[in-house]
Design a protein around this ligand. Structure first.
Ligand SMILES: [Fe+2]
Length: 286
């Protein structure tokens, strides 16, 4: 099978055509996609028609699908445990999925746990008609590669705490207390610079800005250094923004990509199915 691939933007992302992900892929195709993914960080497939099993089978070529407990805040549905529903749609008085309609600020999925997901796939089943709901992706290799020398010197040996108290929608997670001192926030600690295990390249790893804290600094010093790093990182030149269409599958690498979502109108319906992966499968090596 010949795969066609064009850049989605100058920053990152590849739009891949001539591949039907509802079919079983041969090993040559999988290898080609792994290479495209390592080089472009985000894969975008348009016009797909996928069942949950198709999505899980495709995702499994890039890692091991994690099972996501749904908790009792969303409607129980007959879907495989590897699938998380991201949606604002209500049924029987309960949301069928997570994350509502609001803005989701820049983040890396699950960075507040010790071993975050390596990759995420998001498949659009229903999308908003109007503007809104776009997802932006940011190239964290480029953010690292362009760090001014003085800023690099200030962060290269530093570790940050990634607060686990709030979601990227700003909602306090069940059972957790409001953060009043970022140096005491719960969460997981990660180095600000991390080496990608497949590409060997260094990427900035920031998680979320709210309640982040750089260890061994005073809170004011941590805040000002984080502001400096975030201001450098969130430049438009590192960003690709995806306008969703039904049938899109977007697949990104959390080890070198941050993402955010625009809010959308509460009167719209948006249903996405997501997979989250750990990199346990055999990978393309750069
Ligand atoms: Fe996310």
């Amino acid at each position: 099978m010949t795969i066609s691939c064009i850049p989605a933007s100058d920053a990152l992302g590849a739009v891949i055509s001539d591949v039907d992900l509802a079919k079983t892929l041969d090993s040559e195709t999988v290898g080609a996609l792994q290479k495209i993914w390592a080089e472009n960080l985000v894969m975008i497939f348009r016009g797909q028609s996928l069942s949950d099993d198709d999505l899980i089978r495709f995702s499994s070529h890039f890692g091991e699908c994690e099972k996501a407990p749904i908790g009792d805040s969303v409607l129980e549905q007959d879907i495989p445990p590897e699938i998380t529903v991201v949606s604002n749609v209500m049924e029987d008085g309960k949301p069928i999925g997570f994350l509502g309609t609001g803005e989701l600020t820049w983040h890396t999925d699950m960075s507040y746990i010790p071993e975050p997901s390596d990759a995420s796939g998001l498949y659009a089943i229903e999308v908003a008609d109007g503007p809104g709901g776009e997802t932006s992706f940011l190239n964290m290799y480029s953010a690292y590669d362009t760090l001014p020398a003085d800023l690099l010197a200030k962060i290269e040996d530093r570790t940050a705490n990634h607060d686990s108290s709030y979601t990227s929608a700003g909602t306090l997670r069940t059972g957790l207390a409001e953060v009043t001192d970022v140096s005491k926030a719960p969460g997981a600690r990660h180095r600000l610079l991390r080496t990608h295990p497949v590409t060997g390249r260094t990427a900035l790893y920031l998680g979320r800005r709210p309640n982040s804290y750089i260890l061994d600094l005073s809170v004011p010093d941590s805040e000002s250094l984080l502001d400096e790093v975030w201001s450098h990182t969130t430049q438009d030149k590192f960003v690709y923004t995806h306008r969703w269409e039904k049938g899109d599958l977007v697949f990104w690498d959390n080890r070198c990509v941050m993402h955010r979502r625009e809010p959308f109108d509460a009167g719209e319906r948006r249903i996405m199915h997501r997979t989250q992966l750990k990199g346990a499968a055999p990978f393309y090596r750069a």
